[in-house]
Design a protein around this ligand. Structure first.
Ligand code: K1U
Ligand code: ZN
Length: 173
């Protein structure tokens, strides 16, 4: 397993629509393993393939937050939201591609998601709480959408300017 570098906004690869996965092969398994290691190392609770520069419909997540509880690493291939609740939740979201910036985002409180697992088996599950917020945030990444796209233009521009500055500073090091 290896840690991959995470793209920082703005980057055209974060705005692109990801392609469906057609085959679960050795390279895809390695990508999923690397993404989980990258997510835990960050640390984060989710990561989508476009964030490591791979334009495929693949995401990983683990939203277990209870101290001492066993981890629940999940790999979702070609995930789709098949149902969303009318009830909504507001959560202060962050993003590993937009470091140190947080903002309230309103999303459906519960979603049902279908996907394929690493054995090529179809899966379907209903998520709520942080899991629901996270899976929607990650599926947005697969559509080239970031949480700042839900914010007012002025706030979004302010965050984008900060990220441009951060990238310039990091490039100078
Ligand atoms: O997609 C990403 O960039 C990962 C992102 C997922 C996410 C966070 C909050 C709401 C929705 C989706 C993160 O993991 S940001 C880091 C974070 O939230 C966190 C880090 C350490 C412990 C707990 C949370
Ligand atoms: Zn994100």
């Amino acid at each position: 397993m290896s840690i991959r570098s995470i793209l920082i906004h703005p980057d055209p690869r974060l705005k692109a629509v990801a392609d469906p996965v057609v085959e679960v092969d050795k390279d895809l398994r390695k990508l999923a393993d690397d993404m989980l290691e990258t997510m835990y190392n960050a640390p984060g609770i989710g990561l989508a393939a476009p964030q490591v520069g791979v334009g495929k419909r693949l995401l990983v997540m683990d939203c277990v937050k209870e101290e001492g509880a066993p981890p629940r690493p999940m790999v979702l291939i070609n995930p789709e939201v098949v149902w969303a609740s009318d009830e909504t939740n507001v959560y202060e979201e962050g993003c590993l591609s937009i470091p140190d910036q947080y903002a309230d985002v309103e999303r459906p409180a519960e979603v049902e998601v279908s996907w394929m697992d690493l054995d090529g088996k179809a899966q379907k599950e209903r998520f709520d709480g942080l899991w629901a917020t996270c899976v929607q945030h990650e599926i947005d990444h697969l559509h080239g959408k970031l949480f700042i796209d839900y914010l007012k233009p002025l706030k979004r521009q302010m965050i984008t300017r900060k990220m441009v500055k951060l990238k310039r500073e990091r490039a100078r090091l």
